[in-house]
Design a protein around this ligand. Structure first.
Ligand SMILES: [Zn+2]
Length: 103
């Protein structure tokens, strides 16, 4: 788990310094480690690795983040391969709206 965390940090640092191939190499070995030791990748890491090309996704650098309210998901679009990753979310009704409905 520690190695996965370190590799993810290295991958995002490599991407920020402009070395995309090194970043992909880091995420690749991160995936191999998780498969070999049968450790699940934490959700926040899973979300920020492109499913298409394996590049780490950094908002504003190589991916766009869009909230699709009508379908309750956040879309992460990779700018290097165009793959989209949809993360569903649950909408929580604000308290004031719940109270207004009751009365
Ligand atoms: Zn990609």
């Amino acid at each position: 788990m520690e190695r996965i965390e370190k590799l993810f940090l290295l991958a995002s640092d490599a991407l920020k310094s402009g070395d995309l191939s090194a970043a992909k190499r880091y995420t690749g070995s991160m995936k191999r480690i998780s498969e070999h030791y049968k450790v699940r990748l934490p959700n926040r890491i899973k979300v920020s690795v492109c499913a298409g090309c394996g590049a780490p996704l950094v908002a504003g650098l190589n991916c766009t983040v869009r909230v699709v309210q009508s379908k309750n998901y956040v879309s992460y679009k990779c700018l290097s391969c165009g793959a989209e990753n949809h993360i569903k979310y649950k909408r929580i009704r604000p308290r004031s709206a719940a109270k207004a409905k009751r009365s």
